[in-house]
Design a binder for this molecule. Structure first.
Ligand SMILES: C[S@@+](CC[C@H](N)C(=O)[O-])C[C@H]1O[C@@H](n2cnc3c(N)ncnc32)[C@H](O)[C@@H]1O
Length: 252
């Protein structure tokens, strides 16, 4: 009752001013939104390996090579961020960049060091997805023309998108794209899975395309993969290191 009476004593202009100030406080600008997103999510974003310079150099190689940039295995988005930053650094923004990861804490295939499987549950959970993907969308779409996260395993992606990915552009309309300029193989690390991935992309990559493989030392027999399918299908080694190897397509 008393409060009502006090409210009645406040002039309308003052009430309007207070309302305006409250609204101003609630509405945040785009710049503030980006700043808050960055400060909330950046603590979750990280990489889990070494030799990312090989991935960065690969991205810098594809400036005039047509096709999608594809990452298999997103985890906490650290490598995706490297890819986005490198595309920006190379002024290569008219690209579709896709990253594929099932999360869901499913069994992960590390490989047995040779050609066999070795599966265990790690911690690639949906919580991890939720802490990563909103940030990646905000970060990528602020910089690139097109970014898509596929919440799928590699095999599900191959089955559903074997005819290409529909890409929508404000200027160019709809286009079905079935060509890849760079693939970063960092999902399952057993021989069979990586072999199948390479087979899928081999017929969808033009001359000049780049492959980057992660964890090539201990998880699967990468030398065999190189001899069986990479060298025979026109791929030439570009750079090598403990963890990562890159190749360029120089012939078909
Ligand atoms: C080694 S981590 C990726 C690390 C990340 N690229 C980086 O460098 O920061 C492997 C990721 O592959 C995902 N993964 C597991 N099985 C997969 C599959 N069949 N297809 C695609 N991704 C898969 C896991 O959920 C995990 O997030």
């Amino acid at each position: 009752m008393i409060l009502k009476f006090i409210k009645m004593l406040i002039p309308i202009s003052v009430k309007k001013y207070i309302k305006f100030q409250i609204k101003q406080y609630k509405d945040i600008s785009y710049e503030k939104y980006m700043k808050y997103t960055d400060s909330y999510y950046s603590k979750f974003i990280e990489t889990d390996s070494l030799n990312y310079e090989i991935l960065v150099n690969g991205v810098y190689e594809i400036k005039n090579v047509p096709g999608i940039v594809c990452e298999i295995g997103t985890r906490r988005g650290g490598s995706a961020k490297w890819i986005i930053d490198s595309l920006v650094g190379n002024d290569d923004l008219d690209r579709t960049f896709i990253t594929i990861d099932p999360y869901g804490n499913i069994e992960y295939n590390h490989g047995d060091g040779d050609v066999g499987p070795k599966k265990s549950v790690v911690d690639y959970t949906n919580k991890m997805r939720n802490e990563t993907i909103p940030y990646l969308y905000t970060y990528a779409l602020d910089k690139l023309n097109n970014f898509i996260f596929f919440n799928l395993e590699d095999t599900e992606f191959f089955e559903r998108y074997k005819d290409g990915i529909p890409v929508y552009s404000d200027e160019k309309g709809k286009k079905l794209v079935n060509e890849y300029s760079l693939v970063f193989f960092d999902g399952p690390h057993d021989y069979d899975s990586v072999y199948k991935e390479v087979v899928f992309f081999n017929e969808r990559t033009p001359i000049g395309a780049i492959y980057v493989f992660d964890d090539v030392s201990d998880n699967y027999n990468h030398n065999l993969l190189e001899n069986e399918i990479l060298l025979n299908f026109g791929w030439t080694m570009l750079e090598t290191s403990d963890r990562k190897i890159s190749y360029k397509k120089t012939g078909i």
